[in-house]
Structures are given as structure tokens and as C-alpha cells.
Design a binder for this molecule. Structure first.
Ligand SMILES: [Fe+2]
Ligand SMILES: [Fe+2]
Length: 239
């Protein structure tokens, strides 16, 4: 199974013809395109319309999550609807199963959230503001846990914007790790079991890592993969 994946396109108003050109070969190279959030620069409607325009010739199924930039001008709901109207499936805790050459491939995804990692992660303690922050991070983890529980497919892929582990943050300033993702996401992936987790958001991180439970994690931030998308070949599980 060939998954094309990219995040953080950060498309400006008016679009960037470069994406359309660079995505032209995707129909023959990949079975599915996964978009890991931050499709736009400022979260403007004109920007997401440009993204949709850029994707017009992609004929393989497209699965997306939104990133934090989609929220900046409070257009996240519109983004969701415009993308879905264009035939792009936007995951926010839902799960979906594609039939790819006779095999079932399940996807679940959500934006995710910040909160930090391991012993340094934010806890449910103190001022209400911090506790709401913690609950928002936990809620994103619960979406993944729930989404994975719904899947009974041969392969299970988790799609995120925020990072579930620190492995793929290496290269970023460690002081911003807590704002780039959180352990709640990694723990949910391990609890539910998955074959691959994809994320973006960490523009200057590293591509490859693992959850504590050994699930491969890939950061597909556009600046990092340094091409239109990263192509993954995932083996079908042996029956
Ligand atoms: Fe980004
Ligand atoms: Fe982001």
C-alpha cells in the first residue's frame, strides 16, 4: 500500500501553482493522499479555496485533518465543510475504512493538541486555565483512542497535526516541544494499536520516530520532506 502524505502546505491566497504541478504524479504513484493539517497560512477562506483548487486533479482518496492555522480566524468549521464538499474526508475523531486493492485500510485522525511529553507533560492541576488546557489535550487523545477502537481493518493509520512523540521533534528548540504535541496522543496510539502514525506541525523536526509502544511515527511537514509529499510503502499484514 502506498500512502502519500504531507502537512503544513501553508498555502497563501491565490495558491501556489507549484503544488498542483508537484501533485500531478500522485494518481499513479499512491493509493491515498493524507494531509496532516496546516493547509493554509492564516486560516483564510480564500487560502483553503486555493488548496482545494490545487488538489483538483488528485483522483486517489484524500484524507485530512485540520491544523492550528485553520483555527486562527475561526474558520475551522467552514474549512471542514469546504474540504468535504470537494470530496476530501476531514477526520476529527471519526474513523474511515478504504478498500485498497482488496485490502481494508482504516484511518482515524484529529488535529491533536499541545501539552508536553512524559514526566514533563501538563497535568490536571492548578488554575482552571491550565486544567482546561490539559483537558483539551486529553480530549484529543480520547478521539484517537475511540477512533482506533472503531476500526477492524487490516491496517490502521493515525493522522494528526500535532506530534505524538518527541522523536520527530528533534531539531526543533526543546523549549517549544510542549507546544508541538503531547504524550496524550502517543499513549492513545499505543492503547489502540496502529501500524503507522503521521503528523506535521514540527517544521524543523525529524522525519522518523516511534511511540513508546513501538508504532512507527512519521513527521511529514512540508519543509521537512522537502518535496510535494512523502511516499510510504506499507506492507499488508500476513494473514
Ligand atoms: Fe505548520
Ligand atoms: Fe501547526
Amino acid at each position: 500500500m502506498r500512502i502519500a502524505a504531507v502537512g503544513d502546505l501553508h498555502c497563501h491566497e491565490g495558491g501556489a501553482e507549484v503544488f498542483r504541478y508537484a501533485l500531478a504524479d500522485i494518481n499513479t504513484r499512491a493509493d491515498v493522499l493524507v494531509l496532516c493539517g496546516d493547509l493554509t497560512y492564516r486560516g483564510r477562506i480564500a487560502e483553503i479555496e486555493a488548496v482545494i483548487e490545487e488538489l483538483a486533479e488528485v483522483m486517489v482518496p484524500v484524507i485530512a485533518v485540520l491544523g492550528n492555522h485553520a483555527y486562527h480566524e475561526k474558520n475551522q468549521r467552514r474549512f471542514h465543510d469546504l474540504l468535504e464538499d470537494a470530496g476530501i474526508q476531514v477526520l476529527d475523531g471519526e474513523s474511515t475504512v478504504l478498500d485498497i486493492r482488496g485490502h481494508s485500510v482504516g484511518f482515524t485522525g484529529t488535529k491533536g493538541f499541545a501539552g508536553g511529553f512524559g514526566r514533563r507533560a501538563l497535568t490536571d492541576f492548578g488554575e482552571d486555565l491550565w486544567r482546561r488546557f490539559f483537558k483539551a489535550a486529553r480530549h484529543e487523545g480520547e478521539k484517537i483512542r475511540h477512533g482506533l477502537a472503531q476500526l477492524d481493518s487490516e491496517l490502521k493509520i493515525v493522522v494528526l497535526h500535532y506530534a505524538p512523540v518527541t522523536d520527530t521533534l528533534t531539531g526543533e528548540d526543546p523549549q517549544i516541544y510542549p507546544f508541538l504535541g503531547g504524550s496524550e496522543l502517543g499513549a492513545a496510539i499505543d492503547d489502540g494499536g496502529a501500524d503507522l502514525a503521521l503528523h506535521g506541525h514540527a517544521h524543523f523536526g525529524r522525519e522518523a520516530g516511534f511511540t513508546p509502544g513501538g508504532v512507527p511515527v512519521r513527521n511529514v511537514s512540508h519543509s521537512l520532506v522537502n518535496q510535494a509529499y512523502r511516499l510510504f510503502e506499507v506492507d499488508w499484514p500476513r494473514k
